[in-house]
Write a protein that binds this ligand. Structure first.
Ligand SMILES: [Zn+2]
Length: 464
Protein backbone atom coordinates (compact mmCIF):
# COMPACT_ATOMS: atom_id res chain seq x y z
CA UNK A 1 0.00 0.00 0.00
CA UNK A 2 1.32 3.41 -1.01
CA UNK A 3 -0.18 6.57 0.50
CA UNK A 4 0.67 10.14 -0.45
CA UNK A 5 2.13 11.76 2.62
CA UNK A 6 2.55 15.33 3.77
CA UNK A 7 4.53 18.17 2.28
CA UNK A 8 6.68 19.13 5.24
CA UNK A 9 6.31 22.91 5.40
CA UNK A 10 3.75 23.39 8.19
CA UNK A 11 2.04 21.79 11.19
CA UNK A 12 -0.40 18.92 10.57
CA UNK A 13 -4.07 19.85 10.71
CA UNK A 14 -7.19 17.75 11.22
CA UNK A 15 -7.32 16.76 7.57
CA UNK A 16 -3.86 15.20 7.83
CA UNK A 17 -4.91 13.47 11.05
CA UNK A 18 -7.92 11.97 9.30
CA UNK A 19 -5.91 10.61 6.38
CA UNK A 20 -3.31 9.16 8.76
CA UNK A 21 -5.99 7.48 10.91
CA UNK A 22 -7.97 6.13 7.94
CA UNK A 23 -4.91 4.41 6.45
CA UNK A 24 -3.70 3.31 9.88
CA UNK A 25 -7.05 1.51 10.31
CA UNK A 26 -6.92 0.00 6.81
CA UNK A 27 -3.45 -1.29 7.49
CA UNK A 28 -4.39 -2.66 10.93
CA UNK A 29 -7.56 -4.31 9.64
CA UNK A 30 -5.78 -5.99 6.72
CA UNK A 31 -3.28 -7.32 9.28
CA UNK A 32 -6.18 -8.57 11.45
CA UNK A 33 -7.49 -10.38 8.37
CA UNK A 34 -4.15 -12.14 7.95
CA UNK A 35 -2.66 -10.07 5.16
CA UNK A 36 0.96 -9.08 5.29
CA UNK A 37 0.98 -5.35 4.60
CA UNK A 38 3.94 -3.39 3.34
CA UNK A 39 2.91 0.21 3.95
CA UNK A 40 4.83 3.01 2.21
CA UNK A 41 4.04 6.67 2.90
CA UNK A 42 6.25 9.44 1.56
CA UNK A 43 7.39 12.84 2.74
CA UNK A 44 7.44 15.52 0.05
CA UNK A 45 10.57 17.34 1.13
CA UNK A 46 11.28 19.59 -1.86
CA UNK A 47 8.47 21.78 -3.14
CA UNK A 48 7.52 25.41 -3.83
CA UNK A 49 5.71 25.66 -0.48
CA UNK A 50 8.82 24.55 1.38
CA UNK A 51 11.05 26.99 -0.51
CA UNK A 52 8.57 29.82 0.09
CA UNK A 53 8.45 29.05 3.80
CA UNK A 54 12.25 29.00 3.97
CA UNK A 55 12.40 32.39 2.25
CA UNK A 56 9.73 33.83 4.58
CA UNK A 57 11.61 32.70 7.67
CA UNK A 58 15.08 33.36 6.19
CA UNK A 59 16.25 29.87 7.06
CA UNK A 60 17.70 27.05 4.92
CA UNK A 61 14.97 24.94 3.28
CA UNK A 62 16.33 21.76 4.89
CA UNK A 63 15.71 23.33 8.27
CA UNK A 64 12.05 23.75 7.29
CA UNK A 65 11.66 20.12 6.23
CA UNK A 66 13.48 18.75 9.27
CA UNK A 67 11.38 20.81 11.63
CA UNK A 68 8.08 19.69 10.12
CA UNK A 69 9.11 16.06 9.86
CA UNK A 70 9.70 16.28 13.62
CA UNK A 71 6.33 17.91 14.35
CA UNK A 72 4.68 15.31 12.09
CA UNK A 73 6.08 12.44 14.17
CA UNK A 74 5.14 14.22 17.40
CA UNK A 75 1.53 14.55 16.17
CA UNK A 76 1.30 10.98 14.88
CA UNK A 77 2.63 9.68 18.17
CA UNK A 78 0.02 11.64 20.09
CA UNK A 79 -2.70 10.37 17.74
CA UNK A 80 -1.63 6.75 18.29
CA UNK A 81 -0.89 6.29 14.59
CA UNK A 82 1.66 3.53 13.90
CA UNK A 83 4.55 4.46 11.60
CA UNK A 84 4.40 3.09 8.05
CA UNK A 85 6.99 0.41 7.17
CA UNK A 86 8.83 2.66 4.72
CA UNK A 87 8.81 6.48 4.69
CA UNK A 88 10.77 7.58 1.65
CA UNK A 89 11.67 11.19 0.95
CA UNK A 90 11.76 12.71 -2.51
CA UNK A 91 15.29 14.05 -2.02
CA UNK A 92 16.57 10.50 -1.30
CA UNK A 93 15.16 9.19 -4.58
CA UNK A 94 16.58 11.53 -7.21
CA UNK A 95 18.18 8.62 -9.09
CA UNK A 96 14.83 6.81 -9.37
CA UNK A 97 13.06 10.01 -10.35
CA UNK A 98 15.57 10.83 -13.10
CA UNK A 99 15.51 7.23 -14.31
CA UNK A 100 11.73 7.34 -14.73
CA UNK A 101 11.77 10.72 -16.51
CA UNK A 102 14.43 9.36 -18.89
CA UNK A 103 12.25 6.34 -19.66
CA UNK A 104 9.28 8.63 -20.38
CA UNK A 105 11.34 10.78 -22.74
CA UNK A 106 12.71 7.70 -24.53
CA UNK A 107 9.22 6.22 -24.97
CA UNK A 108 7.87 9.45 -26.43
CA UNK A 109 5.65 10.42 -23.48
CA UNK A 110 7.72 13.41 -22.42
CA UNK A 111 9.61 16.22 -24.14
CA UNK A 112 12.35 18.63 -23.19
CA UNK A 113 12.03 22.40 -23.57
CA UNK A 114 15.09 24.38 -22.50
CA UNK A 115 16.07 22.73 -19.20
CA UNK A 116 12.54 21.60 -18.35
CA UNK A 117 10.84 18.30 -19.16
CA UNK A 118 7.07 18.03 -19.62
CA UNK A 119 4.74 15.03 -19.78
CA UNK A 120 2.67 15.07 -22.94
CA UNK A 121 -0.79 14.14 -21.68
CA UNK A 122 -2.24 13.42 -25.13
CA UNK A 123 0.15 10.45 -25.50
CA UNK A 124 -1.61 8.60 -22.67
CA UNK A 125 -5.02 7.60 -24.03
CA UNK A 126 -6.68 6.64 -20.76
CA UNK A 127 -5.78 9.92 -19.02
CA UNK A 128 -8.65 10.98 -16.73
CA UNK A 129 -9.96 7.46 -16.20
CA UNK A 130 -9.51 7.49 -12.41
CA UNK A 131 -11.78 10.50 -11.92
CA UNK A 132 -13.90 9.36 -14.89
CA UNK A 133 -13.53 12.76 -16.48
CA UNK A 134 -13.03 13.91 -20.03
CA UNK A 135 -9.89 15.77 -20.94
CA UNK A 136 -11.87 18.85 -22.00
CA UNK A 137 -13.74 19.02 -18.67
CA UNK A 138 -10.54 18.71 -16.70
CA UNK A 139 -8.96 21.40 -18.80
CA UNK A 140 -11.89 23.74 -18.12
CA UNK A 141 -11.82 23.09 -14.39
CA UNK A 142 -8.08 23.02 -13.82
CA UNK A 143 -5.89 25.93 -12.94
CA UNK A 144 -3.21 25.02 -15.43
CA UNK A 145 0.12 26.76 -15.42
CA UNK A 146 0.39 29.18 -18.30
CA UNK A 147 3.56 28.23 -20.09
CA UNK A 148 3.64 28.86 -23.84
CA UNK A 149 6.50 26.38 -24.20
CA UNK A 150 4.13 23.48 -23.45
CA UNK A 151 2.57 21.65 -26.40
CA UNK A 152 -0.75 21.55 -24.55
CA UNK A 153 -1.90 23.43 -21.42
CA UNK A 154 -2.62 20.08 -19.70
CA UNK A 155 1.00 18.93 -20.02
CA UNK A 156 2.75 19.00 -16.68
CA UNK A 157 6.34 19.41 -15.49
CA UNK A 158 8.43 16.34 -14.71
CA UNK A 159 11.66 18.28 -14.31
CA UNK A 160 12.16 21.99 -13.67
CA UNK A 161 15.40 23.67 -14.74
CA UNK A 162 17.39 25.45 -12.03
CA UNK A 163 16.20 28.81 -10.76
CA UNK A 164 18.43 31.13 -8.71
CA UNK A 165 18.44 30.29 -5.02
CA UNK A 166 16.67 26.95 -5.41
CA UNK A 167 18.12 23.55 -4.53
CA UNK A 168 19.30 21.63 -7.60
CA UNK A 169 20.28 18.13 -8.62
CA UNK A 170 22.22 17.14 -11.74
CA UNK A 171 20.25 15.54 -14.56
CA UNK A 172 20.58 14.79 -18.29
CA UNK A 173 18.57 18.03 -18.87
CA UNK A 174 20.84 20.16 -16.73
CA UNK A 175 20.68 21.04 -13.04
CA UNK A 176 17.16 21.35 -11.62
CA UNK A 177 14.57 19.67 -9.45
CA UNK A 178 11.63 17.32 -10.05
CA UNK A 179 7.99 18.36 -10.45
CA UNK A 180 5.73 17.18 -7.64
CA UNK A 181 3.88 14.28 -9.32
CA UNK A 182 6.89 12.25 -10.46
CA UNK A 183 8.21 11.57 -6.95
CA UNK A 184 5.25 9.36 -5.97
CA UNK A 185 5.48 7.35 -9.19
CA UNK A 186 9.21 6.85 -8.77
CA UNK A 187 9.08 5.99 -5.06
CA UNK A 188 6.05 3.67 -5.22
CA UNK A 189 7.50 1.72 -8.16
CA UNK A 190 10.92 1.61 -6.45
CA UNK A 191 9.55 0.21 -3.18
CA UNK A 192 6.55 -1.82 -4.34
CA UNK A 193 7.17 -2.62 -8.03
CA UNK A 194 5.20 -1.79 -11.18
CA UNK A 195 2.01 -3.35 -9.77
CA UNK A 196 0.82 -3.13 -6.18
CA UNK A 197 -2.49 -3.41 -4.38
CA UNK A 198 -3.60 -0.12 -2.84
CA UNK A 199 -2.80 3.51 -3.54
CA UNK A 200 -4.31 6.04 -1.19
CA UNK A 201 -4.62 9.70 -0.37
CA UNK A 202 -7.12 12.51 0.14
CA UNK A 203 -9.82 12.89 -2.51
CA UNK A 204 -8.35 16.27 -3.49
CA UNK A 205 -5.43 14.30 -4.97
CA UNK A 206 -7.52 12.42 -7.56
CA UNK A 207 -6.90 15.19 -10.08
CA UNK A 208 -4.32 16.11 -11.09
CA UNK A 209 -1.90 14.27 -8.78
CA UNK A 210 -3.16 10.69 -9.08
CA UNK A 211 -4.18 10.97 -12.73
CA UNK A 212 -0.64 12.15 -13.39
CA UNK A 213 0.88 9.36 -11.31
CA UNK A 214 -1.03 6.76 -13.34
CA UNK A 215 0.02 8.39 -16.62
CA UNK A 216 3.68 8.48 -15.52
CA UNK A 217 3.92 5.01 -13.95
CA UNK A 218 1.95 3.05 -16.54
CA UNK A 219 3.74 4.74 -19.43
CA UNK A 220 7.16 4.21 -17.87
CA UNK A 221 6.76 0.59 -16.74
CA UNK A 222 4.10 -0.70 -19.15
CA UNK A 223 2.38 -2.22 -16.11
CA UNK A 224 -0.94 -1.76 -14.30
CA UNK A 225 0.30 0.36 -11.34
CA UNK A 226 -2.18 0.30 -8.42
CA UNK A 227 -5.03 -2.25 -8.42
CA UNK A 228 -7.21 -0.25 -6.01
CA UNK A 229 -7.50 3.44 -5.23
CA UNK A 230 -8.65 4.59 -1.80
CA UNK A 231 -9.50 8.27 -1.30
CA UNK A 232 -10.60 9.78 1.99
CA UNK A 233 -12.99 12.74 2.28
CA UNK A 234 -12.33 16.20 3.74
CA UNK A 235 -12.76 17.52 7.25
CA UNK A 236 -15.07 20.53 7.41
CA UNK A 237 -15.52 22.72 10.46
CA UNK A 238 -19.01 23.86 11.37
CA UNK A 239 -20.01 22.90 7.81
CA UNK A 240 -17.35 25.13 6.23
CA UNK A 241 -14.25 23.88 4.50
CA UNK A 242 -11.32 24.11 6.86
CA UNK A 243 -8.88 26.68 5.56
CA UNK A 244 -6.30 29.07 6.86
CA UNK A 245 -7.94 32.06 5.23
CA UNK A 246 -11.27 31.35 6.97
CA UNK A 247 -9.48 31.19 10.31
CA UNK A 248 -11.19 27.91 11.22
CA UNK A 249 -8.02 25.93 10.97
CA UNK A 250 -7.21 23.41 13.69
CA UNK A 251 -3.74 21.98 13.96
CA UNK A 252 -3.31 18.63 15.68
CA UNK A 253 -1.07 20.30 18.25
CA UNK A 254 -3.74 22.87 19.11
CA UNK A 255 -6.35 20.19 19.62
CA UNK A 256 -4.18 18.27 22.06
CA UNK A 257 -2.89 21.37 23.84
CA UNK A 258 -6.38 22.77 24.33
CA UNK A 259 -7.98 19.50 25.42
CA UNK A 260 -8.98 19.06 29.06
CA UNK A 261 -8.26 15.30 28.86
CA UNK A 262 -5.02 13.29 28.75
CA UNK A 263 -3.55 12.80 25.25
CA UNK A 264 -4.49 9.11 25.15
CA UNK A 265 -8.16 9.93 25.86
CA UNK A 266 -8.22 12.82 23.38
CA UNK A 267 -6.56 10.63 20.73
CA UNK A 268 -9.11 7.82 21.01
CA UNK A 269 -11.97 10.29 21.04
CA UNK A 270 -10.67 11.95 17.87
CA UNK A 271 -10.21 8.54 16.29
CA UNK A 272 -13.73 7.42 17.20
CA UNK A 273 -15.13 10.75 16.01
CA UNK A 274 -13.33 10.55 12.65
CA UNK A 275 -14.34 6.89 12.14
CA UNK A 276 -18.02 7.56 12.93
CA UNK A 277 -18.21 8.68 9.28
CA UNK A 278 -17.29 6.41 6.38
CA UNK A 279 -13.82 7.31 5.14
CA UNK A 280 -15.04 8.34 1.69
CA UNK A 281 -17.49 10.97 3.01
CA UNK A 282 -16.62 14.36 4.42
CA UNK A 283 -16.53 14.71 8.20
CA UNK A 284 -17.86 17.79 9.94
CA UNK A 285 -15.90 18.75 13.04
CA UNK A 286 -18.02 20.41 15.72
CA UNK A 287 -18.00 20.39 19.49
CA UNK A 288 -21.30 18.52 19.40
CA UNK A 289 -19.98 15.72 17.18
CA UNK A 290 -16.84 15.31 19.29
CA UNK A 291 -19.02 15.14 22.43
CA UNK A 292 -21.06 12.36 20.85
CA UNK A 293 -17.89 10.40 20.13
CA UNK A 294 -16.69 10.99 23.67
CA UNK A 295 -19.88 9.76 25.29
CA UNK A 296 -19.96 6.70 23.00
CA UNK A 297 -16.50 5.81 24.31
CA UNK A 298 -17.48 6.72 27.88
CA UNK A 299 -20.25 4.14 27.60
CA UNK A 300 -17.93 1.45 26.27
CA UNK A 301 -15.16 2.07 28.81
CA UNK A 302 -17.88 2.34 31.48
CA UNK A 303 -19.01 -1.16 30.57
CA UNK A 304 -15.43 -2.45 30.69
CA UNK A 305 -15.01 -1.00 34.18
CA UNK A 306 -18.27 -2.58 35.37
CA UNK A 307 -17.22 -5.94 33.91
CA UNK A 308 -14.13 -5.79 36.11
CA UNK A 309 -16.04 -4.76 39.20
CA UNK A 310 -19.03 -7.11 38.86
CA UNK A 311 -19.18 -10.05 41.23
CA UNK A 312 -19.24 -13.58 39.95
CA UNK A 313 -22.42 -15.64 39.67
CA UNK A 314 -20.86 -18.83 38.48
CA UNK A 315 -23.67 -21.28 39.10
CA UNK A 316 -26.79 -19.52 37.80
CA UNK A 317 -25.69 -19.18 34.22
CA UNK A 318 -27.53 -21.52 31.90
CA UNK A 319 -26.41 -20.31 28.52
CA UNK A 320 -22.95 -19.39 27.41
CA UNK A 321 -22.15 -15.97 26.02
CA UNK A 322 -19.74 -17.29 23.39
CA UNK A 323 -22.21 -17.74 20.49
CA UNK A 324 -23.30 -14.10 20.83
CA UNK A 325 -19.66 -12.96 20.85
CA UNK A 326 -18.92 -15.04 17.74
CA UNK A 327 -21.87 -13.41 16.04
CA UNK A 328 -20.53 -10.00 17.10
CA UNK A 329 -17.09 -10.73 15.62
CA UNK A 330 -18.70 -11.93 12.40
CA UNK A 331 -20.87 -8.81 12.09
CA UNK A 332 -17.80 -6.64 12.76
CA UNK A 333 -15.87 -8.37 9.98
CA UNK A 334 -18.77 -8.13 7.56
CA UNK A 335 -18.94 -4.38 8.18
CA UNK A 336 -15.20 -3.87 7.77
CA UNK A 337 -14.96 -6.19 4.73
CA UNK A 338 -17.51 -3.92 3.07
CA UNK A 339 -15.08 -1.13 2.15
CA UNK A 340 -14.03 -0.54 5.78
CA UNK A 341 -17.49 0.47 7.01
CA UNK A 342 -16.46 1.74 10.44
CA UNK A 343 -19.84 3.41 11.27
CA UNK A 344 -21.51 0.02 10.86
CA UNK A 345 -18.82 -1.62 12.99
CA UNK A 346 -19.49 0.96 15.72
CA UNK A 347 -23.20 0.14 15.62
CA UNK A 348 -22.28 -3.48 16.41
CA UNK A 349 -20.15 -2.34 19.36
CA UNK A 350 -22.98 -0.28 20.79
CA UNK A 351 -25.58 -3.02 20.24
CA UNK A 352 -23.48 -5.56 22.13
CA UNK A 353 -22.83 -3.04 24.88
CA UNK A 354 -26.57 -2.51 25.38
CA UNK A 355 -27.20 -6.24 25.59
CA UNK A 356 -24.39 -6.87 28.09
CA UNK A 357 -25.56 -3.97 30.23
CA UNK A 358 -28.95 -5.66 30.44
CA UNK A 359 -27.36 -8.96 31.48
CA UNK A 360 -25.08 -7.50 34.14
CA UNK A 361 -27.62 -7.05 36.97
CA UNK A 362 -28.47 -10.77 36.84
CA UNK A 363 -24.78 -11.58 37.08
CA UNK A 364 -22.25 -13.03 34.68
CA UNK A 365 -19.56 -15.59 35.39
CA UNK A 366 -15.90 -14.60 35.61
CA UNK A 367 -15.17 -16.41 32.38
CA UNK A 368 -18.07 -14.74 30.53
CA UNK A 369 -16.96 -11.30 31.65
CA UNK A 370 -13.42 -12.05 30.50
CA UNK A 371 -14.67 -13.34 27.14
CA UNK A 372 -16.78 -10.23 26.62
CA UNK A 373 -13.90 -7.89 27.34
CA UNK A 374 -11.64 -9.88 25.00
CA UNK A 375 -14.21 -9.78 22.20
CA UNK A 376 -14.32 -5.99 22.38
CA UNK A 377 -10.52 -5.85 22.40
CA UNK A 378 -10.12 -8.10 19.37
CA UNK A 379 -12.39 -5.86 17.31
CA UNK A 380 -11.11 -2.64 18.88
CA UNK A 381 -7.44 -3.30 18.06
CA UNK A 382 -7.79 -3.03 14.26
CA UNK A 383 -9.49 0.33 14.79
CA UNK A 384 -6.85 1.49 17.27
CA UNK A 385 -9.44 1.69 20.07
CA UNK A 386 -9.40 0.53 23.72
CA UNK A 387 -5.63 0.98 23.79
CA UNK A 388 -5.40 2.33 27.34
CA UNK A 389 -6.09 0.46 30.58
CA UNK A 390 -9.82 0.58 31.39
CA UNK A 391 -9.34 2.46 34.67
CA UNK A 392 -7.31 5.21 32.96
CA UNK A 393 -10.25 6.32 30.85
CA UNK A 394 -11.54 9.74 31.92
CA UNK A 395 -15.28 10.05 31.54
CA UNK A 396 -15.70 13.82 31.88
CA UNK A 397 -16.91 15.67 28.74
CA UNK A 398 -14.09 16.50 26.34
CA UNK A 399 -13.62 20.23 25.89
CA UNK A 400 -11.16 22.34 23.98
CA UNK A 401 -10.47 25.41 26.07
CA UNK A 402 -10.56 28.61 24.07
CA UNK A 403 -11.87 26.78 21.05
CA UNK A 404 -15.61 27.03 21.50
CA UNK A 405 -17.00 26.96 17.99
CA UNK A 406 -14.39 28.12 15.55
CA UNK A 407 -11.07 29.87 15.79
CA UNK A 408 -12.72 32.86 14.13
CA UNK A 409 -14.44 33.93 17.35
CA UNK A 410 -11.16 33.78 19.18
CA UNK A 411 -9.34 35.80 16.59
CA UNK A 412 -11.63 38.78 17.06
CA UNK A 413 -10.54 39.01 20.66
CA UNK A 414 -6.84 39.34 19.86
CA UNK A 415 -6.32 42.96 20.84
CA UNK A 416 -3.35 45.01 19.70
CA UNK A 417 -2.23 45.34 23.35
CA UNK A 418 -2.24 41.58 23.82
CA UNK A 419 -0.21 41.07 20.64
CA UNK A 420 2.32 43.70 21.75
CA UNK A 421 2.64 41.90 25.07
CA UNK A 422 3.35 38.61 23.23
CA UNK A 423 6.03 40.36 21.15
CA UNK A 424 7.55 41.76 24.32
CA UNK A 425 7.66 38.30 25.90
CA UNK A 426 9.26 36.89 22.78
CA UNK A 427 11.92 39.60 22.81
CA UNK A 428 12.61 38.78 26.48
CA UNK A 429 12.93 35.10 25.68
CA UNK A 430 15.39 35.86 22.89
CA UNK A 431 17.41 38.10 25.16
CA UNK A 432 17.60 35.21 27.60
CA UNK A 433 18.67 32.96 24.69
CA UNK A 434 15.55 30.82 25.16
CA UNK A 435 15.02 30.47 21.44
CA UNK A 436 12.63 27.53 21.80
CA UNK A 437 10.24 29.69 23.86
CA UNK A 438 10.63 32.61 21.45
CA UNK A 439 9.89 30.32 18.52
CA UNK A 440 6.85 28.94 20.29
CA UNK A 441 5.38 32.42 20.76
CA UNK A 442 5.93 33.21 17.09
CA UNK A 443 4.27 29.94 16.09
CA UNK A 444 1.32 30.42 18.42
CA UNK A 445 0.75 33.87 16.99
CA UNK A 446 1.08 32.52 13.46
CA UNK A 447 -1.51 29.86 14.25
CA UNK A 448 -3.86 32.70 15.13
CA UNK A 449 -3.11 34.61 11.95
CA UNK A 450 -0.58 37.08 13.37
CA UNK A 451 2.65 37.30 11.38
CA UNK A 452 5.79 38.79 12.93
CA UNK A 453 8.59 40.43 10.96
CA UNK A 454 11.85 41.30 12.65
CA UNK A 455 13.36 44.59 11.52
CA UNK A 456 17.14 44.98 11.15
CA UNK A 457 17.15 47.36 14.13
CA UNK A 458 15.92 44.60 16.45
CA UNK A 459 12.31 45.73 16.74
CA UNK A 460 9.43 43.62 15.49
CA UNK A 461 6.61 44.56 13.19
CA UNK A 462 3.38 42.54 13.13
CA UNK A 463 0.42 42.12 10.84
CA UNK A 464 -2.83 40.21 10.88
ZN1 LIG B 1 1.63 11.43 -4.11
Amino acid sequence: MYVCGVTVYDECHLGHARSAIVFDVIRRYLGYRGYQVNYVKNFTDVDDKILNRAAEESIPWKQVTEKYVRTYYRDMHRLGVTNPDIEPRATDHMTDIIKMIKALVEKGHAYQVDHDVFYEVSTFVSYGQLGKRKLEDMQAGARVEIDTRKRDPMDFALWKGAKPGEPVWDSPWGPGRPGWHIECSAMSVHHLGGVFDIHGGGKDLIFPHHENEIAQSCAATGQEFSRFWVHNGFVTIDEEKMSKSLGNFFTVREIFDKSNCPDTVTAETLRYFLLMTHYRSDVNFSNQAVSEAKSALDNLYGLFQRLQEASSHESHEETTIQPRLDQFAQAFEEAMDDDFNTPKAFAEFQQLRTEINQMLPAGLSDSSRKQIREAFQRCGDPLGLFQLPDHEWVSRPLEFSGASGTMQDEQKELTDEWIQEQIHQRAQARLGKDFAAADQIRQDLAAQGIILEDRPDGTTRWKR
